[in-house]
Design a protein around this ligand. Structure first.
Ligand SMILES: C[S@@+](CC[C@H](N)C(=O)[O-])C[C@H]1O[C@@H](n2cnc3c(N)ncnc32)[C@H](O)[C@@H]1O
Length: 345
């Protein structure tokens, strides 16, 4: 039976939903059915960076490292649904003063499998990189998150990506009873006729409601005799509205440009011993972009549990693997101690 949010309970026995399992991810992932996962999001051990007490990352050769990662990646493509995605975050490595470009070698090899398309390289900009200034090179303060899709039909909610700023502004406006009040005053002060003033007040009231209900981000109003006419001298739609109706309202839909950059600080989790934690906020952005509420997400290198935390926060289900029993125990503890969230999508 295929997993869907609706039949989560029924398949719960077959799939370890909302669990973090201890073991080698290549063994564990083989137990998952085909096309059961909406999103794989993960950060494998970087090449020759740390010893996690077992598992991969300390291969002698970068090609061997990439081949091992590719074995897992192929399994990820098998378990991901046809409209699903895979997001891999990999850091780079200097060897003998030479930057190896490990992330790009991996991304190239992954696309050469022919199983996926590379949709974006999203750059995570670290606001607080390790403060260690080198004399002969600059401090690395970015890392790529590669977004691969299994088909052209991948689920994608671009409006939900990096939308908190807009949501925050809207919340501020909801508490702002003065929204648009200055325009009411200007209408009264204006030279508009009585019927034009009535129409202007009516449309202003409507547009304020649109902002308060989150249908639009913001608006501007221009009133004849008060505001300057649009530049350029051309008789466009707005100039005509000003002339004929006495006012014009410009609705702003708030579609901020969605750039391939996420800027956050490097995370530290109080009391957690894991040495390489990625920020929950970054995972949240990919959950908004690539999953629906209730979707099932897999992290085969769960580490401190950041992916599980983001999933629980946003009402997604997760499955996590880590080879280190202490990390698994700490991650389960971290998730269980999370406060209850009111879900806003
Ligand atoms: C870079 S960390 C992941 C950190 C995680 N994203 C977080 O925010 O905490 C990589 C993790 O992969 C685990 N690991 C390494 N090889 C593994 C394997 N073969 N199977 C499962 N886990 C493995 C390590 O124990 C380590 O916790």
């Amino acid at each position: 039976m295929q997993y869907t949010p609706e039949n989560a309970q029924k398949v719960g026995d077959a799939l370890p939903i909302d669990q973090i399992l201890c073991g080698d991810n290549l063994d564990l992932i083989q137990k998952l059915p085909d096309c059961s996962i909406q999103l794989v999001i993960t950060s494998p051990p970087y090449f020759q960076q740390r010893d996690y007490g077992g598992g991969m990352g300390n291969e002698t050769d970068v090609d061997e490292y990439i081949n091992i990662l590719l074995c897992l990646f192929r399994e990820c493509t098998r378990v991901v649904k046809d409209d699903g995605s895979i997001v891999f975050n990999i850091g780079d490595k200097y060897m003998d003063s030479n930057l190896l470009l490990v992330p790009y070698r991996f991304a190239l090899a992954a696309t050469e499998t022919g199983l996926v398309k590379l949709v974006n390289e999203v750059t995570w900009v670290k606001r607080n990189p390790t403060p260690r200034q080198f004399r002969r090179r600059l401090v690395s303060s970015t890392e790529p998150f590669f977004h691969f899709a299994k088909s052209d039909n991948y689920y994608y909610d671009i409006n939900a990506f990096l939308a908190q700023e807009r949501a925050q502004k809207q919340r501020n406006k909801k508490g702002n009873t003065k929204l648009g009040q200055r325009y009411f005053e200007l209408i009264s002060e204006s030279e508009l006729s009585k019927s034009e003033k009535t129409a202007a007040r009516k449309e202003l009231t409507e547009v304020i409601q649109e902002v308060l209900h989150g249908q639009i981000y913001d608006f501007r109003m221009k009133i004849r005799g008060i505001h300057a006419e649009p530049f350029g001298g051309q008789i466009g739609g707005r100039t005509l509205q000003l002339k004929n109706k006495g006012f014009t309202i410009i609705r702003m839909h708030g579609n901020k440009l969605k750039r391939d950059v996420i800027e956050t600080s490097v995370a530290a989790v109080k009391g957690n011993k894991h040495p390489a934690i990625y920020p929950v906020e970054v995972v949240e952005e990919f959950l908004h972009l690539l999953t629906r509420p209730g979707s099932l997400v897999l992290d085969p290198f769960m580490g401190s549990g950041s992916t599980a935390v983001a999933c629980k926060k946003l009402g997604r289900h997760y499955i996590g693997y880590d080879i280190n029993a202490t990390y698994c125990e700490d991650a389960r503890q971290r998730v269980s101690e999370m406060p209850k969230y009111r879900l806003i999508n």
